[in-house]
Design a protein around this ligand. Sequence first.
Ligand SMILES: *[C@@H]1O[C@H](CO)[C@@H](O)[C@H](O)[C@H]1NC(C)=O
Ligand SMILES: *[C@@H]1O[C@H](CO)[C@@H](O)[C@H](O)[C@H]1NC(C)=O
Ligand SMILES: *[C@@H]1O[C@H](CO)[C@@H](O)[C@H](O)[C@H]1NC(C)=O
Ligand SMILES: *[C@@H]1O[C@H](CO)[C@@H](O)[C@H](O)[C@H]1NC(C)=O
Ligand SMILES: *[C@@H]1O[C@H](CO)[C@@H](O)[C@H](O)[C@H]1NC(C)=O
Ligand SMILES: [Ca+2]
Length: 488
Amino acid sequence: MNYKIFEIILSILIVCILAEERNNQKALLVKKHLKRLKKVEGAIKLVGGKGEYEGNVEILHSGRWGAICDDEWDMAEAKVICRQLGYKNGTVKYTGNGYFGPAKRQFWMDNVYCEGSEKEITSCRFDDWGTNDCDITEAAGVICADPPQKEEKKHHEPKKKKSRMQKLPDSLELRILGGRIKQEGRVEVKTSGGNWEPICGDGWSILEALVVCRSLNLGYAGNAFQTDYFGGNLSNNSYADIKCRGDEISLKYCLHDVNAVGDCPGKDLAAVSCTTSLPDLVIDHIDIMRTAHLEDRQLFFLQCAMEENCLASEAYRIQRDNPSGWHLETRRLLRFTARIFNAGTADFRPFIPKHLWEWHMCHMHYHSMEIFATFDIFNDKGVRVAEGHKASFCLEDNQCLPGVEPKYNCNNFGDQGISTNCSDIYKYTVDCQWIDISDIKPGVYTMKVVVNPEFKVAEMSYENNAAICTFHYSETFGTVTNCSVQRP
Ligand SMILES: *[C@@H]1O[C@H](CO)[C@@H](O)[C@H](O)[C@H]1NC(C)=O
Ligand SMILES: *[C@@H]1O[C@H](CO)[C@@H](O)[C@H](O)[C@H]1NC(C)=O
Ligand SMILES: *[C@@H]1O[C@H](CO)[C@@H](O)[C@H](O)[C@H]1NC(C)=O
Ligand SMILES: *[C@@H]1O[C@H](CO)[C@@H](O)[C@H](O)[C@H]1NC(C)=O
Ligand SMILES: *[C@@H]1O[C@H](CO)[C@@H](O)[C@H](O)[C@H]1NC(C)=O
Ligand SMILES: [Ca+2]
């Protein structure tokens, strides 16, 4: 045998072995990292009950335990909690109003809303970590199993009254007052008794504030507050839990909870500040259709994406169950470009202040919004089948209309945002710019892409924040058609 050839083969072998060793090490690191995250972030426990099967729910975030508030807490959330704790089936009850005692810790979660099929409570929709309007009597809890036989059963149903939504009266009159300028203040309505009454702050959001500002001809809602800063005294006639879509021309087209009238546990009042200039993000649905395509990719090349939770949970199961060969398995990705244009009159700025931005090692940039966009696939029954991907990005001006100077740039801890008349573009080539559809069968689905999904940043309109499309998926081919721009 030619000695030269032997030498070449040997050196290739050595390079391969070294590469494999590095990969194994990298894989091990990723695995350790994920395991640590799993054990810490998002862990839950029940406290204050008679046994470990019941109690107020506490959740671990950023290394600290916190309580969950009972606003919008019901059976769906309780089921998710019990499932997460490993209770297969049996009794599940939800409790509110600090049934197992007042909250002992700060509230980490409020307005939690689950579909019921989520594997973890953190997969449900909730206000940002720590954002809440709750007092310590509002601790949410669950009962995940019947108490052991010997114990006497004396659990009551949750005390909180069931909500009953009803339209507000047609004759409703509206004013804002108590502010420093006429564009801000607490919101008051004239009740049937002829008195002006403030509104309870519980459940008050930017959507309701939008309607208030619009109907008073004060433009758009720059902020929705739950506060006593603007004075006013709640009474037992005060409306609570008002719910608007955001595009109503008057508050009288909104709903309110009849059973919550006069019941304001938060003690804060609904207030607004109105403004005439706001951003308005618009999702480019044409670009989604034009660029959507399938790609099969080995997990080996998706390790950064895995660290940023950009794959379905099945990918993590594969990694866990097949430590030696997981990186050779492939995932099928539906990739597409998301182009987001600011058609408003003010810059779109991140919700989280700069010093709290999170550095993302893998992608080497800061994320300034916890959830800036969501990508989902639903089946014909409206059930989400491809795990909702929650994307957080750096926000910047990638492309502007002629005559507009780009201002925001993610590099070097630069200011983030999207200027008026500029677009932030996440090309389909960007890591994580996809939906992991490996676990769905060929068929016809609905694809939904939403920006600013939680209405965390005020916009002129939310009617253009979602692209809703048809996704045709065959064994080997995927097309996205029929996209329309809608409200999320
Ligand atoms: C729990 O689930 C198992 C299997 O799904 C079923 O056989 C059993 O009847 C269930 N038990 C209760 C109490 O629902
Ligand atoms: C609220 O109640 C306090 C104390 O009773 C009173 O001084 C104040 O004037 C009231 N404010 C309004 C706006 O009614
Ligand atoms: C409303 O509150 C007043 C005093 O705060 C009380 O006298 C009255 O009975 C209450 N009305 C109802 C219907 O609870
Ligand atoms: C944005 O573009 C629109 C339409 O081209 C134009 O009317 C408006 O003045 C522009 N605004 C800014 C701030 O450039
Ligand atoms: C197109 O989308 C609309 C709603 O956005 C839907 O009702 C309709 O069925 C879709 N058409 C096709 C051919 O998928
Ligand atoms: Ca918008």
